[in-house]
Design a protein around this ligand. Structure first.
Ligand SMILES: [Zn+2]
Length: 497
């Protein structure tokens, strides 16, 4: 049976700050996968959203002279706007302060409690307010938070614990049975090693944090923000209704490496306890540095994705991020390198190819698609590239997919140079060559669509195609001769820095 549903999630982003390139990277990746699966004919549910509870938010709100709700309401539109600018095609946008979410969190916690996996205890440790994490003595870095380097405080308080230790064996068995549960491989190994070292029960409630969802079994306690946050993947599907039945489990959950532990160990254990099927795959990607340096507010080098879109366009940014670095690895953001790719690959190679072919069709065939003659090496190459791109996309090897697509672009440019259409006098022969180029352009437009939806649409429009983009159309010879092409402005302008 062919799977027709596809559920993909990004982590929900913490609203103590405006969106930066890291948020954009995960969200664009999810968008690429969502668009690809729609092209493949699946019914996609693509979820992103915001994590709006916790002490850090309450503190930021206080600083801004707002209530926590007013504060999160002021940040949320900035994320929504950013995703619009980046052409993100999410089907839902969940905020953890919504009723539908709170309701589901309580329902899931009840299930876990009734399963005997929550008990009352006392927690003592070093606490970092910024990271909302407790650390052990050993974990501290020179007495400071190992994650952000801030000061930590000694905290001891009554807390409810989740029996994570109970699920050690079950988790290892699950990893064994599902070798692709966490990708890339190196990230999976990290998790397996940590699980093998032994799992300790974890504190899931706080007594002092008010800006949180109340623990349903003790009014003095509230749930840790990360427990509440993880459950968003369920609450957005109106659990346990029809939507949940249709789309659960997630086919892929995307995340950056710092939250792999939460998604690949704690989350599965909570789901085991609640009796809910586990996600099929977690894909963990790396971090971005900027011009070789760590991105930080204090260095003033945080990349604003909206500023990049305003300067270079959404498609160029989307292309750059996934061409520059293999998905999964760490990468370095460099504006110079972005501009270089726009100039050489998008303007010189792709933009120029489209323009050249259409000018030739206008000049020799009054702008009408000529009759096909014979398939040739360009046909074979196009079909091979489709196969290769399909394989790469299914494995999230975006970098390879783009490499192959641009190989086809470059080979098409070479094909023009080799065949010298301007020297061919035989109209039929010339028509055949131009037809093959137009078909290749059509293939290219479908293949680049997940990465560059705007550009794909522009190419299709110029080819006179109005149909919805579908993988099934990646068959040779679909473009009808006699179709009127509509040459438009060049796709990418060169940028001088
Ligand atoms: Zn910290």
């Amino acid at each position: 049976m062919i799977e027709i549903k596809f559920y993909i999630t990004t982590p929900i982003y913490y609203v103590n700050d405006v969106p930066h390139i890291g948020h954009a990277y995960t969200t664009i990746a999810a968008d690429i996968i969502a668009r690809w699966n729609r092209v493949k004919g699946k019914e996609v549910f693509f979820l992103t959203g915001l994590d709006e509870h916790g002490e850090k938010i309450a503190e930021a709100a206080l600083k801004a002279g707002l209530t926590p709700q007013e504060f999160v309401d002021s940040i949320a539109p900035k994320f929504i706007k950013a995703w619009e600018k980046l052409n993100i095609s999410n089907d839902d946008f969940i905020r953890t302060t919504e009723e539908r979410h709170k309701k589901t969190v309580i329902e899931i916690i009840k299930r876990i409690y009734e399963n005997g996996d929550i008990y009352k205890g006392e927690y003592e440790g070093w606490y970092c307010t910024a990271c909302e994490s407790f650390w052990t003595e050993i974990q501290l870095n020179n007495g400071r938070c190992p994650q952000c380097g801030r000061e930590v405080k000694r905290l001891k308080e009554e807390s409810y614990f989740f029996r994570l230790s109970k699920y050690q064996k079950k988790l290892l068995e699950f990893y064994e049975r599902n070798p692709d549960f966490v990708l890339p491989e190196s990230r999976k190994k990290e998790m397996i090693n940590r699980i093998r070292e032994g799992l300790k029960d974890i504190s899931i409630t706080r007594k002092t944090v008010k800006w949180a969802i109340q623990f349903p079994f003790d009014k003095e306690h509230s749930l840790y923000v990360w427990v509440d946050a993880l459950i968003n993947y369920i609450s957005a599907l109106d659990f346990p209704g029809e939507k949940f039945k249709k789309f659960w489990p997630p086919d892929v959950e995307l995340m950056a490496k710092e939250i792999n532990w939460f998604h690949s160990v704690i989350w599965p254990a909570l789901l085991f306890s609640a009796g809910i099927e586990l996600p099929r795959k977690n894909f963990v990607h790396g971090w971005w540095t900027v011009e070789g340096k760590k991105m930080s507010k204090s260095l003033g080098n945080v990349i604003d994705p909206i500023e990049m879109v305003n300067k270079y366009g959404s498609d160029a940014l989307r292309y750059y991020l996934f061409r520059e670095v293999p998905f999964g690895q760490d990468g370095d953001f460099s504006e110079k390198s972005l501009v270089n790719r726009i100039n050489t690959e998008l303007a010189d190679s792709l933009g120029n190819l489209v323009n050249r072919v259409l000018v030739l069709v206008e000049k020799n065939f009054d702008g009408y698609v000529p009759k096909p003659k014979e398939k040739d090496k360009l046909t074979k190459l196009s079909l091979n590239v489709v196969k290769a791109v399909d394989e790469s996309m299914e494995e999230f090897r975006f970098h390879s997919a783009l490499n192959d697509i641009f190989f086809l672009v470059n080979e098409s440019n070479k094909y023009i140079n080799e065949n010298k259409p301007w020297e061919i006098e035989d109209k039929e022969k010339l028509g055949g060559i131009l037809y093959n180029l137009l078909e290749t352009l059509r293939f290219i437009s479908i293949l680049i669509y997940p990465f560059m939806p705007e550009t794909a649409g522009k190419i299709m429009k110029q080819l006179g195609i109005e149909k919805k983009i579908s993988f099934d159309d990646l068959k040779w010879g679909i473009l009808k001769s006699g179709t009127k092409i509509k040459r438009d402005k060049i796709l990418f302008n060169k940028i001088i820095l």
